[in-house]
Ligand binder design. Structure first.
Ligand code: KG4
Ligand code: ZN
Length: 337
């Protein structure tokens, strides 16, 4: 007790998870491949695909968890931030299910959920962060350093003033004609390349804030000049370019995270969000943990990018707090923090 069904549909993945207390029984994700051809997520296509995927995904999750829908104690959904059309599919489904089964509804914030994914207990030995801890939340839409005082008390102490880290990866990939989403492919190609082959300047932003738009422009101009000299420059240097771009993005992120730890005196440090799947960032965090004596928390791959398991764990803590949503809870597109 309790069994909670969670739905995540904020962007282009339709996901359903079942949780029993803090243990995930099923986490099913249907990816939408068609956006690759457009170089980014097409909102109209995304919401239509969610409508097609949601029932099979929920059905599969229930089968994997080996529970009947009548056994559910609550149903949770991502309320925002995200694409409104996509969020509407998940929230309408959850509301109808809650009415039909006469069980409570729980709304979850997508960003909070990314951070709370660290509290999923897949095995009993696993350590979870202690409060207060810092979390570098890096996704396609957000890049922030969050100070977590408790499960639902979060303070953003640094954030990007323009692009998110995931966007920096995806936009750099697009410039090199690497298909969307470029982040995972840049990560893959980086493994074959030299991270110090090309040097891109890091922005000089005060405090704990980030900026990535200048990097995108400097990559664009650098490649434009090189392509004038050699039309095959990108093809010939793809691995080194990817490794060098990944190196600078990870370096920008890590410098601010180290600064945040020094300023707050907090040494429980987590990363979360799609970019936390990046092997360069994972290694940099592990290295920094050794150097600075941090307790570092890196999410499993399946909980890094968008998934409903993270919505389920956030919902579990809300359930314990009797924090339920009303049928009139409407989705929000932009972050509420
Ligand atoms: O959290 P997420 O799945 O969706 C959002 O909430 O935005 O994050 C998606 C972002 C995309 O920009 C994607 O390119 C990036 O995470 N990403 C990666 C990797 N895997 C996903 N970036 C770098 N390296 C990766 N391995
Ligand atoms: Zn996300």
């Amino acid at each position: 007790m309790p069994y909670i069904l969670a739905i995540e549909s904020s962007c282009d993945d339709t996901s359903a998870a079942i949780i029993e207390n803090n243990k995930i029984l099923a986490n099913v994700i249907a990816n939408q491949k068609m956006h690759e051809n457009f170089g980014g997520v097409v909102p109209e296509l995304a919401s239509r695909a969610h409508q097609q995927n949601i029932i099979p995904v929920v059905d599969t999750a229930l089968k994997i968890a080996k529970i009947k829908k009548e056994q559910l104690d609550a149903i949770a959904f991502t309320r925002g931030p995200g694409l409104l059309g996509s969020l509407l599919v998940g929230s309408s489904f959850a509301k109808s299910f809650s009415l039909a089964l006469n069980i409570p509804l729980i709304e979850v914030d997508h960003l909070e959920a990314h951070i709370l994914s660290h509290f999923i207990k897949d095995d009993n030995q696993q350590k979870v962060p202690e409060f207060p801890f810092l979390c570098l939340l890096v996704s396609g839409g957000h890049t922030q350093i969050v100070l977590m005082q408790s499960h639902f008390e979060m303070e953003i102490i640094g954030k990007t003033i323009d692009d998110a880290a995931g966007e920096a990866f995806d936009k750099a990939a697009k410039i090199m004609s690497i298909p969307y989403p470029g982040g995972p492919l840049i990560d893959k190609f980086s493994k074959e390349g030299n991270p110090y082959a090309f040097k891109f300047n890091e922005p000089n932003i005060p405090g704990l804030n980030f900026s990535f738009s200048g990097l995108k422009t400097s990559i664009l101009y650098f490649l434009r000049d090189e392509l004038k000299k050699d039309a095959e420059f990108i093809e010939k240097n793809k691995f080194d370019l990817c490794a060098s771009i990944q190196e600078v993005i990870v370096s920008i992120l890590m410098k601010k995270l180290i600064k945040a730890s020094q300023q707050t005196g907090i040494n429980q440090i987590a990363i979360a969000g799609g970019v936390s799947a990046n092997s360069g960032l994972r290694k940099a965090l592990t290295d920094a943990a050794l150097k600075y004596n941090w307790h570092a928390f890196i999410p499993k791959f399946e909980y890094s990018t968008d998934n409903a398991a993270m919505i389920a764990i956030a919902a579990y803590y809300k359930y314990l707090n009797n924090d339920f949503a009303s049928q009139s809870a409407t989705p929000y597109a932009r972050s509420i923090f």
